[in-house]
Design a protein around this ligand. Structure first.
Ligand code: NAD
Ligand code: TYD
Length: 354
């Protein structure tokens, strides 16, 4: 059996960002054994990883991070030296309709991973690293001016961001109290291939394609800072390998868009790609009741990451959005599998019936 220089456990690797991170590490580090631990909730889709699932340095483990016994069993057996923790409930609207799932996965799940890492590393921290992936939403909502820095006080305002803030605090507490070698990052809104079509950009691409209404919350005036998902995966690689222990790094696209401006841009691009008359898709825009507690504006200052580790976004938004639209249009089978629910049978087909 091949021996690897490092065993790296990635949680949530079947989700949107996690699948890009898994693919990035499997391809770039053939010397690492990459373990993808995922429960496969509605957001987990192994079809996102079809292209690398046969790689010799990749294994999938179906497990729930809320299950403490199972988490400890896996850590004792597999003894990862590194953890990149992305598993989470991630959609704000779901956190408003069902907050409890967010408490279990995002808070209890994170503490289970922290305890298990602490046990197997047993204060011999040499070469070990626990990397917690978080969101800019923990900082709350900005007015028209200013940017979130790593020193901005936490002010989470949705059950999702409150549960992520709680997990961030626990990771820092384990670093300060027990010396756990932890590093964190807080990123702005991601977009790109394999995003579940409940989030703004893939939902609207799918609805435009099917001539369905585009539900714009409130007046569409909220502002988000968008980053192409592969740029996030590159930042995660840099921070995992070179980020300073105990530090937090903000990651953002320096790319703010008011929702309605982004939606109009997306409609124009879709008109072009679908051969529709200019202005056709924007007729689908429908203003609907605003999201409860809707944060007005997020914007990230990522200068620390740029200065310390030399990271910068690689794509302009126009390029990234075009790549994203073209990917969804070229991968309609993926989109149909997701919207019909068929993807949920992939695990049984691929892993249980062989
Ligand atoms: P996602 O919802 O697409 O994927 C989450 C993954 O976690 C899924 O594969 C799901 O099956 C898995 N999961 C959920 N509960 C689990 C549990 N109890 N045990 C094991 N696995 C479980 O999420 P995403 O958008 O890829 O986000 C990944 C991480 O990045 C999250 O921690 C999120 O807070 C953070 N983040 C996301 C964004 C964004 O724009 N999407 C921005 C910044 C930070
Ligand atoms: P979303 O993709 O859910 O990300 P987040 O809430 O984590 O930023 O939403 C992005 C923005 O788009 C946010 O301001 C809410 C808005 N939005 C709509 O107007 N309509 C929708 O159907 C969705 C899903 C989001």
């Amino acid at each position: 059996m091949k021996s690897y220089s490092k065993t790296l456990l990635i949680t949530g690797g079947a989700g949107f960002i996690g699948s890009h991170v898994v693919r990035h590490f499997v391809r770039l580090y053939p010397d690492y054994l990459i373990l993808n631990l995922d429960k496969l909730t509605y957001a987990g889709n192994l079809e996102n990883l079809r292209d690398i699932e046969q790689a010799t340095n990749y294994r999938f483990l179906r497990a729930d991070i809320v299950d403490e016994t199972e988490v400890f069993r896996l850590f004792r057996e597999l003894r990862p030296e590194g953890v990149i923790h992305l598993a989470a409930e991630s959609h704000v609207d779901r956190s408003i309709s069902n907050p409890n799932a967010f408490i279990f996965t995002n808070i209890v799940g994170t503490i289970n991973l922290l305890n298990a890492a602490r046990e197997i590393w047993k204060d011999d921290w040499e070469g070990k690293r626990f990397y917690h992936i978080s969101t800019d939403e923990v900082y709350g909502s900005l007015g028209e001016e200013g940017l979130f820095t790593e020193r901005t006080a936490y002010d989470p305002r949705s059950p999702y961001s409150a549960s992520k803030a709680s997990s961030d605090h626990l990771v820092r507490a384990y670093h300060h109290t027990f010396g756990l070698p932890a590093v964190l990052s807080n990123c702005s809104n991601n977009y790109g291939p394999y995003q579940f079509p409940e989030k703004l950009i893939p939902l609207f691409i799918n609805n435009i394609r099917n001539n369905k209404p585009l539900p714009v919350y409130g007046k569409g005036e909220n502002v988000r800072d968008w980053l192409y998902v592969e740029d996030h995966a590159r930042a995660i690689d840099l921070i995992f390998h070179q980020g300073r222990i105990g530090e937090t790094y903000n990651i953002g696209g320096n790319n703010e868009w008011q929702n309605i401006a982004l939606i109009l841009k997306l409609c124009a691009l879709m008109d072009d790609r679908l051969g529709r008359k200019a202005g056709d898709s924007e007729k689908l825009i429908t203003y609907v009741k605003d999201r409860a507690g809707h944060d007005l504006r997020y914007a990230i200052d990522s200068s620390k990451l740029q200065r310390e580790l030399g990271w910068a976004p690689s794509l302009q938004f126009e390029e990234g959005l075009a790549l994203t639209v073209d990917w969804y249009l070229a991968n309609q089978a993926w989109l149909e599998g997701v919207t019909s629910g068929d993807y949920q049978h992939y695990y049984e087909r691929q892993y249980l019936q062989r």
